[in-house]
Design a binder for this molecule. Sequence first.
Ligand code: ADP
Ligand code: MG
Length: 216
Amino acid sequence: MSKGYFITLEGGEGAGKSTQIKRLARALENVGINTITTREPGGAPGAEEIRNLLVNGETKRWAPMAEVLLHTAARAEHLDKTVIPALKNGSWVISDRFSDSTLAYQGFGHGVDKAVIENIYRDAFSNFKPDLTLIIDISPDVGLARAGTRAAGGTNPNEDRYERMGVSFHQRIRNGFLEIAKENPERCVVINGELDEDGVFSAIKDAVIKRFEIKI
Ligand SMILES: Nc1ncnc2c1ncn2[C@@H]1O[C@H](COP(=O)(O)OP(=O)(O)O)[C@@H](O)[C@H]1O
Ligand SMILES: [Mg+2]
């Protein structure tokens, strides 16, 4: 059995990650590739419990380093219980956020030393990394406006702790993701998230076709 691939979608609030992940999973399934979709923080029972601590409540409830460690604890559960077993099983795994979000939010956003975040990741998960990371780039004004609409009509209107952190925080995150993409050109592709849904999906499809040499 061939090994599955691990694809991550990254980007700020309202960039279109959740929308596009569904479309990508459907496209892969349509060509016979077993695909699971998952998310961070979360994606496994214990990790979802930790998610509740991170996405609800007062914006300042956690020290930035505590956020790094909570996200890392959730990631350990996610990888152990969901991602690694699925990849071993030959499935492809698409995750709505992964470790680049920790570097962008807690590093670029909150100012935690980036080398410290990278070292914690390496100590915990050695050299495991996504096969492809799609960074959906969007201006925070557009993204937060979209996320506001989503919250009003969505199923989890309260999971907005990070959304409430202010536009300058979200601007640092945007710059952080672009910096991460520049530093990891072999893994990351930047997608213009301000196109319409079909335009964004078309760019995502192109990146996946190029990276994995498949037809979707
Ligand atoms: N390309 C797009 N153009 C306009 N609206 C979009 C686009 N992609 C998604 N949306 C809408 O914006 C909101 C946020 O999208 P979502 O996929 O939930 O973003 P994310 O998961 O990155 O926070 C949703 O209401 C969604 O329908
Ligand atoms: Mg989402």
